[in-house]
Design a protein. Structure first.
Length: 328
């Protein structure tokens, strides 16, 4: 099949080219995002491979369908930017990569936690300037502290295993709790807000949990909270987070995702003036650590993404099911 791969970087192209040796699909890479300006580039392709910030709303899907596209392959777990009802009506199949090395996200979560707690990012900046003062770099032991894990899917479980190894007390919340043999206590969100020293988010984006961490949630938390979000930007109300940082409710914020990241992440904006005032306020805080949606970026995860994506497209080509279909 002829496949147009949007929003690609060098690491995407390298992993797909290597994996495609066993599938022999026709891949064409586009570095730009899929949106209403670029959708016309899909003409003549059978399949579209899109990424997390590509626009797959109804108008875009109509253009794709009119041009002969038959399947949308999201090379990520999230699909909140895909209008599934429109895709079904247009007879477009949609597949995702439901799991791709959950350890990659879990380990990045730990990296953010450790960096913020022990002020590693600040220490790095100081020592580059030959400033070896330790003032303001005091952290605390994670051992014995309480962490709230919101979302206990594959990534949440992988994170729990790591946090358990640190000796943390683990509270968990999930609408669909599962039996775990990891010493985890399921409880309500309010109980997590009241008891946890650290909260880490590992849940999908939905209408129900949009801005779940907002002003009301922060008001229920103890002062000095650490918040980590490596899941979906929309789970955290960024404007309310600014106020919680100012008041001291949040003492450390680590985010790999941002609700308005579409026009920022995966691009070099170092010569631009960032127009997003909320992002600028957050990123100017010494106790906020941003990474640009890189938690997935490991060799293992990239290989798994390419393998699953090409398997799904090849199954569709053969008239078979891969198990990763969203349109039933």
């Amino acid at each position: 099949m002829k496949i147009a791969v949007f929003s690609t970087k060098g690491y995407d192209q390298k992993s797909f080219a290597h994996t495609n040796k066993q599938f022999h699909q026709q891949l064409t890479y586009f570095e730009f995002q899929l949106n209403h300006h670029t959708a016309k580039m899909a003409e003549g392709f059978d399949a579209i491979c899109a990424f997390v910030n590509d626009d797959l709303s109804e108008p875009i899907l109509k253009i794709l369908a009119e041009q002969g596209v038959k399947i949308i392959a999201m090379r990520c777990a999230g699909f909140d930017r895909v209008d599934l009802e429109a895709a079904k009506a247009l007879n477009l199949q949609v597949v995702t990569v439901p799991a791709y090395s959950p350890e990659s996200i879990a380990e990045h979560t730990l990296g953010l936690m450790l960096s913020l707690n022990r002020r590693i990012h600040r220490a790095y900046q100081r020592t580059r300037d030959a400033n070896f003062s330790l003032e303001g770099l005091t952290g605390y032991n994670f051992h014995g502290r309480t962490v709230g894990v919101i979302g206990t899917g594959r990534i949440g479980i992988a994170t729990i295993r790591i946090l358990k190894g640190l000796g943390m007390n683990i509270l968990a919340y999930d609408p669909y709790p599962i039996a775990l043999e990891l010493g985890v206590t399921y409880c309500t969100l309010d109980e997590i807000y009241a008891q946890a020293n650290v909260i880490t988010l590992h849940c999908p984006m939905s209408k129900e949990n949009y801005h779940m961490l907002n002003r009301k949630a922060f008001a229920k938390m103890r002062r000095g909270m650490m918040i980590i979000n490596t899941s979906r930007g929309g789970l955290l109300d960024s404007s309310d987070a600014v106020e919680a940082l100012k008041s001291g409710i949040i003492s450390a914020l680590g985010v790999d995702v941002y609700e308005n990241e579409k026009d920022l992440f995966f691009q070099d904006k170092s010569n631009d003036i960032i127009q997003d005032d909320v992002f600028r306020r957050l990123s100017s805080c010494h106790n906020v650590l941003f990474t640009g949606h890189q938690a997935f970026l490991t060799e293992e995860a990239l290989g798994s993404i390419a393998q699953t994506t090409l398997e799904s497209i090849t199954s569709f080509e053969k008239g078979e099911l891969s198990g990763n279909e969203l349109i039933k």
